[in-house]
Structures are given as structure tokens and as C-alpha cells.
Write a protein that binds this ligand. Structure first.
Ligand SMILES: *Cc1c(COP(=O)(O)O)cnc(C)c1O
Length: 413
């Protein structure tokens, strides 16, 4: 067998050529055996500052001199403690407890379990979960259940649990808010889970901060827990540290992963309010939070997370976000009147457009063709169906970004 035994994620091995092999990465560029590629999507949205950002790499080296994985039940360590304190400081107000795991999906599973545990331990069990249509929260059975249904989960559909789906909030979101209000009014809704301000994998669909604030108000009125899945939006993507910051709201539970270590190593955290923690804290062992991942709070990953947090605390990040956002706005506006594209939209450092030709949906051919076209020209893009988006690491320079947008502008034109 000459083929590699590797089975790649979200890859049709029967239709795609073998991928280039990454050899080295630095800043916004990945060097491969087919030449350098500008990483226009931050390696699936995880790389924030840039590849192999020096202070994060140094923290990983230092931490690995002292600890590798150590069990995190019945034992604790400085990297986890220090990072947790820093996360509580940086997070929206009222999120006082930090539960570690190892991926975005897991952080969402943890959030859902915390919400149900809260209601059970409060003696008023609630089991319904409300979600936004077109939402994405991960690829495990639980997170697929709360996400959009489509070709990517059709095989598992019979096993996915039922949720209350709210329409995507257009304009002021009145239809969605009315739907939320009516589910919440049943008194059975345990939690609302949302990607704040932008539905990422659903096609970079952007909605207004006022809508997010209004969702918070409905949840407050009915005592429903609000879960903000900031796995993609966190760490500056929307132009502020957290997307929730645009709306001035604090969720009851916040999920973070992708940019938590600057993208260097896997780590996730689910932050919760004191009330949710208190519902689990008891002399009664049957009320504990029954969850763990083997690699919970990996010390090396926590040290990388702490190095990332120090960068955010150090100042200068807002200016960097503003600069990237302005460059993106400028490049996007150049294509806004182009008939090959529609729906130009941007939030902070994320810019997206829909291709008008080639069909819609996740399997749309145009996206595949653009991806191949870009690869040949030294740019790594990965359209979501017919939606093209650019989500670069914040270190990207004007020339690198120009190259990305020139590739998009040159496609089929
Ligand atoms: C990527 C993503 C996840 C899943 O994270 P993984 O680390 O891939 O498991 C969950 N929620 C959102 C909003 C995401 O963008």
C-alpha cells in the first residue's frame, strides 16, 4: 500500500488529491513540500497571534521541563490555577469557576452537562435546550444534537437528541426572540446555547449585539441558563476579546478553546457562575460534577494558555485587532460590488462573502474549486460550501493579506 494510512477530518479521500505536507510554520505562513502557504483561515480558526508565537513556544518549553500530564482529580498544579484566575479576570463578570477539558466540543458537552446538573441539583429538573438554527457546536453526538442538521450528520440523526430550534435572528431578531420567549415560558427550558454574534461553521452568519442582549433578557426573565459558545469567537476574532463584550452581557456558562493557547496546543475551558458551581458543591458526593477528560488541564497546555493570557493583559492587542479589522474591511469593500459574490459581511477580523455561481450548501462545488485555485497560488483557504471567508492570524501583514484577497478576486474572473 502506497497510500498514507492517515484518515483526514472532513476529507473525501475518494475525490481530493493527497494534501501538501506541512514542514514548518511561522507567523501567517505554513511551509509545505509544495511551497509556502498563507494560512488565511488560521488553521481552522485556532491560530490567533501567529504560528509558533515566541512567548507561547517559550512557555511550552519551560513548562515541559517541570511537568507532563498529571491527574487533575485529587491533585492540582500552578499552570491550571494561574490560568483559571486569569480567565476569571478576563471573562465577562460573574463567571467565577473554570472547568478544563481538551477541545471545543468537549467544552460544550461540559456546558450542557453543567446546565442539566444545575437544574437536577436544584430539585427542579429541566431538560429542554434551545439552539439557533444553523448553529455549530462540535462533532460529538451531544454537540451535533445542539447544532444544525445536514449532510454532515445525516448518518447519526436518529441518535441525536431533540432540541428547540430558533430561527436565525435577522435584523432585530423579533421572530427568534418570540420563539425563545414561548419556549422559555414553558418553564422547561434548561438552557439556551448560542454562538454569540457570528455562526461560524454555519456560514459566518452575523447578527447584532442588541439581539444577543435581548436573548440574555429573555433568559433572565425565565431563569433560563445562557451558554455562550465562544470557542470560535473568543480571543479577539470579532474585534473584542469576547463576542459577548460587544453586547455588554455575561452568559451563565462560557465555552472557550481554539484561541485559548493561541492555537499552539489543545486546551479548552468551560467557565460557570458561582450559582452553577454551588448547585454541585455539597457534602453529598452524588451531586458532584461527573465529568473528566484524561488530559484535563494538561500543564503544558495551561502554561501555553497562561502565556496567551499575558499577551492579552499586556495591552496592544486591541490596536492589533483594529488594524486587522480595518485591513479586512478595506479588502472586502473592493469585492462588494462584484457580481460573482453576494452577502459581503464582516465582524472584527472575520470577513465573508457568498459565491453566486456553483450552487449552495456544504457540498457546493465552487468552494472546492476555489480551494484548489488558492492552493496553487500559495494560499490556504477552505470555503464553507459556497461561503468564502478570510480569518487570518492577527500577525498577518498587508502584503500577505493582499495575496489572499487577490486569489479570491482572481477566481473565475
Ligand atoms: C470549532 C468549534 C467547536 C468545536 O471545537 P473542537 O475543538 O473542534 O471540538 C465548537 N463550537 C464552535 C462555535 C466552534 O467553532
Amino acid at each position: 500500500m502506497t497510500d498514507s494510512p492517515v484518515w483526514h477530518p472532513f476529507t473525501q479521500h475518494g475525490a481530493e488529491p493527497p494534501p501538501p505536507r506541512a514542514l514548518r510554520a511561522e507567523g501567517a505562513v505554513i511551509d509545505t513540500d509544495h511551497g509556502p502557504l498563507v494560512d488565511a483561515i488560521s488553521s481552522w480558526w485556532v491560530i490567533t497571534h501567529g504560528h509558533r508565537h515566541p512567548p507561547i513556544m517559550q512557555a511550552i518549553r519551560d513548562a515541559s521541563e517541570r511537568l507532563d500530564q498529571v491527574i487533575f482529580a485529587g491533585l492540582t498544579h500552578h499552570p491550571a490555577e494561574d490560568l483559571a484566575r486569569a480567565l476569571v479576570d478576563l471573562a465577562p463578570a460573574g463567571l467565577t469557576r473554570v472547568f478544563y477539558s481538551d477541545s471545543g466540543s468537549t467544552s460544550v458537552e461540559v456546558a450542557l452537562k453543567m446546565a442539566l446538573g444545575f437544574w437536577k441539583n436544584s430539585g427542579r429538573p429541566r431538560h429542554r435546550i434551545a439552539v439557533l438554527e444553523q448553529g455549530y457546536h462540535g462533532d460529538t453526538i451531544g454537540t451535533m444534537s445542539v447544532g444544525a442538521r445536514g449532510v454532515f450528520n445525516a448518518a447519526y440523526e436518529p441518535l441525536l437528541f431533540a432540541v428547540d430550534r430558533l430561527p436565525f435572528p435577522v435584523d432585530g431578531g423579533s421572530q427568534m426572540l418570540a420563539a425563545l420567549e414561548s419556549v422559555a415560558a414553558t418553564g422547561e427550558l434548561a438552557a439556551l446555547i448560542v454562538e454569540p454574534l457570528v455562526l461560524g461553521a454555519g456560514g459566518m452568519l452575523v447578527y447584532r449585539p442588541e439581539v444577543l442582549a435581548a436573548m440574555r433578557a429573555v433568559c433572565d426573565r425565565h431563569g433560563v441558563l445562557m451558554i455562550a459558545d465562544e470557542v470560535m469567537t473568543g480571543w479577539g476574532r470579532t474585534g473584542r476579546l469576547w463576542a459577548c463584550d460587544h453586547a455588554g452581557i455575561a452568559p451563565d456558562i462560557l465555552c472557550t478553546s481554539k484561541g485559548l493557547t493561541g492555537g499552539a496546543v489543545p486546551l479548552a475551558a468551560t467557565l460557570a457562575t458561582e450559582a452553577i458551581f454551588a448547585a454541585h458543591r455539597s457534602p453529598d458526593r452524588s451531586r458532584m460534577f461527573f465529568h473528566s477528560s484524561s488530559y484535563t488541564a494538561n500543564p503544558i497546555a495551561c502554561a501555553a494558555g497562561l502565556a496567551n493570557v499575558r499577551i492579552w493583559q499586556g495591552g496592544g492587542m486591541q490596536a492589533r485587532l483594529d488594524a486587522v479589522s480595518a485591513m479586512q474591511a478595506d479588502r472586502l469593500s473592493a469585492l462588494a460590488g462584484d457580481g460573482r459574490f453576494s452577502g459581503a459581511r464582516r465582524i472584527g477580523t472575520i470577513a465573508a462573502l457568498d459565491m453566486t455561481a456553483g450552487g449552495a450548501g456544504y457540498l457546493a462545488a465552487a468552494g472546492q474549486h476555489l480551494r484548489a485555485h488558492a492552493l496553487e497560488r500559495g494560499v490556504f483557504l477552505r470555503p464553507l460550501g459556497s461561503t468564502v471567508y478570510v480569518m487570518p492570524p492577527y500577525c498577518i501583514g498587508a502584503a500577505e493579506l493582499d495575496r489572499v484577497w487577490a486569489v479570491i478576486a482572481g477566481f473565475g474572473g
